[in-house]
Ligand binder design. Structure first.
Ligand SMILES: [Zn+2]
Ligand SMILES: [Zn+2]
Length: 126
């Protein structure tokens, strides 16, 4: 335990004294102690995360959850509010999950919607 603590402190010290070099993104000249500047680190994070979220939609777990929602909410909730009866074909995240696995996988955050309502909502960027 003590050893690990010392190693960690040593790491912090060497980070402080490290020479600056340009951000790892070839188009960027911001000087950093290593890796990428804050902007490009964030960009990389986002790209990684988008890939992760796309993968979630291809899991058996999502297919199962999706089927459950469509079974429990066979009619589009938005259309019902407008007095129309339309079959749910899509499963929508009520609160945008923004890559948050809790919101993504929470049954309480999922709604059955018809394709029209779902794509309308997605277009609004929600
Ligand atoms: Zn950069
Ligand atoms: Zn609808």
């Amino acid at each position: 335990m003590h050893q690990a603590l010392h190693a960690h402190q040593g790491e912090l010290t060497s980070m402080r004294t490290a020479a600056l070099r340009p951000c790892a993104d070839p188009t960027c000249s911001v000087l950093v102690t290593g890796g990428r500047c804050a902007t490009h680190a964030r960009e990389l994070d986002r790209a990684r995360w988008n890939a992760d979220v796309r993968r979630w939609y291809h899991t058996a777990r999502w297919q199962q959850l999706r089927r459950l929602v469509l079974k429990e909410e066979p009619l589009c909730g938005d259309c019902l509010v407008d007095g129309r009866t339309t079959a749910s074909t899509d499963v929508d995240h009520e609160h945008p999950h923004g890559g948050d696995p809790i919101l993504f996988w929470s049954r309480a955050n999922l709604r059955g919607r018809c394709h029209g309502c779902h794509s309308r909502k997605t277009k609004r960027g929600l």
